[in-house]
Design a binder for this molecule. Structure first.
Ligand code: FES
Length: 86
């Protein structure tokens, strides 16, 4: 997982088994940075209270988080990764 900022957006870019996902990187529960969380086949797990978010949908799989992460379309062309943030 890596992170980047674009304007006011804080984005998480995750590579799981060769598939690239882009989501907001700040947990919707209490502002933890998901880049320091754990990446598994279930998604990204928040380092603070351990909610896991599905990377494809942004939907939390367990409490305490209840609000989905915003997800972004990703496109790969000629080894360049493009994230549609607007
Ligand atoms: S801050 Fe992420 S689950 Fe609480």
């Amino acid at each position: 997982m890596i992170d980047f900022d674009y304007k006011e957006k804080k984005i998480l870019l995750a590579n799981f088994n060769g598939k690239i996902y882009a989501t907001d990187r700040i947990c919707t529960h209490a502002d933890a940075d998901l880049t320091t969380g754990i990446l598994t086949e279930e998604g990204v797990t928040c380092p603070l209270h351990l909610s896991t978010f599905d990377l494809a949908t942004g939907i939390p799989q367990n409490l305490p988080a209840e609000i989905p992460l915003k997800i972004y379309n990703v496109k790969i062309e000629q080894n360049e990764i493009y994230v549609e943030v607007e």
